[in-house]
Ligand binder design. Structure first.
Ligand SMILES: *Cc1c(COP(=O)(O)O)cnc(C)c1O
Length: 376
């Protein structure tokens, strides 16, 4: 059996190696490393795939979030609502820009922002909401959009973990994750569902003016070369990453299918284990399983992780500490106990190996090791 990894990028590469190698070589031959035609080409391909008017490539997913907030013209003191149960980048950019992060708890079963608690977090200073499509499943965009429309708020979707997931409104309209809000932001970090071989990211928007603004922000606040209208940043996707992404985009739907198939096997295998709650599927969203994150409800989560690790099965805790309990984000507004669901999840969640190359032998081995733990 091949070694089991959380993410197996080497095996995935083997299947696309000739195309990737040839295209990387041709970038090197052309020496068009930055802002070359390959970046534009990938941008167009992704716009097509997502059915969105504008893709703005940038340096990484964190930058994408920061650029979105800058392009929306948010000012220090403006409040931005997001979830306490997410990767730190979401709140980091809010704080970095001098905006005020306002946190909300998540739903126990879906791990997604609790829309019932969202409205209470809105104040006259609130300017934007950043829903996070955590682990590959879309937040309740229908409710979020309703609330944002009511209070005239911007929506910036953190789609770093959800590229390729579609969201279905009750009207029947379907949209790709990240193309519903004023901006959607994604990351092409290698282990993400569409990952490059270094750092990369992008913003999505259907708004021409916001797109123009974001293109300026990523390029030092300039439209005309060496004339700077605004304070911007330097954030770009390079051509080598663009060709890797272009090669992998063709397989993104198959990659999603492979992840869902592995998730389904996990679901089946653990359905009889009382102490395991497998991840809930939301009816409005398809799930692209950036992570397969389940809950261990009998207090044995850490022991399970140890058991698996010793058996050669890596398992990770996403995330061990909610944002409001992180040293850097401690705030008098949020004492321990402020967000009980996120705090409980931090103690119960565990993520199993999830990638596009899990074979039957590996899946059988992983599930047998989990079952073995709960039998003894
Ligand atoms: C990965 C990730 C980011 C940041 O992406 P980088 O490319 O690593 O900067 C932001 N938000 C979430 C939810 C992520 O998972």
């Amino acid at each position: 059996m091949r070694d089991i990894q959380m993410v197996d990028l080497k095996s995935q590469y083997q299947k696309i190696k000739p195309e990737v190698n040839e295209r990387i070589q041709s970038v090197i031959d052309s020496a068009a490393f930055i802002n070359g035609p390959e970046v534009k080409r990938f941008q167009k391909e992704l716009e097509q795939y997502l059915q969105v008017k504008h893709v703005i490539p940038c340096g990484n997913g964190t930058d994408a979030l920061q650029v979105a907030l800058m392009a929306l013209g948010l000012k220090p003191g403006d409040e931005v609502i997001t979830t306490t149960f997410t990767f730190v980048a979401t709140a980091e950019v809010i704080a970095l820009l001098g905006l005020k992060p306002v946190l909300v708890d998540v739903d126990y079963e879906s791990y997604l922002i609790n829309t019932d608690e969202l409205e209470a977090a809105v104040t006259p200073q609130t300017k934007a909401i950043i829903p996070v499509h955590l682990f590959g499943q879309c937040a309740n965009m229908e409710e979020i959009k309703k609330l944002a429309d009511q209070h005239d708020l911007f929506i910036v979707e953190d789609a770093a973990q959800s590229i390729g997931a579609s969201y279905h409104f009750t009207s029947g309209e379907a949209r790709q994750s990240g193309t519903i809000g004023h901006f959607g932001c994604t990351s092409f970090f290698p282990s993400k569902n569409l990952g490059c071989y270094g750092d990369g990211g992008a913003l999505f928007t259907n708004d021409d003016q916001l797109a123009e603004k974001a293109r300026m922000v990523v390029n030092h606040g300039m439209k005309v070369r060496y004339y700077h209208d605004e304070i911007g940043v330097n954030s770009r996707l390079d051509s080598i990453q663009a060709v890797v992404l272009s090669a992998k985009l063709k397989h993104l739907n198959d990659y999603g299918n492979a992840r869902r198939a592995a998730a389904w096997q996990y679901d089946q295998a653990f359905s009889e284990i009382e102490a395991i709650q497998t991840p809930k599927r939301m009816i409005n969203s398809c799930h692209v399983f950036h992570q397969y994150t389940m809950r261990v409800t009998n207090g044995e989560r850490d022991a399970l992780q140890k058991h698996l690790t010793e058996a050669g099965v890596p398992a990770m805790i996403y995330y061990p500490v909610p944002l409001h309990q992180q040293k850097a984000y401690r705030d008098d507004r949020y004492a321990d106990g402020a967000f009980p669901v996120a705090e409980q999840l931090a103690k119960e969640v565990i993520s199993l190996p999830m990638h596009t190359e899990l074979d039957q032998e590996q899946l059988t081995y992983i599930t047998s090791k989990v079952k073995e733990f709960f039998k003894s």
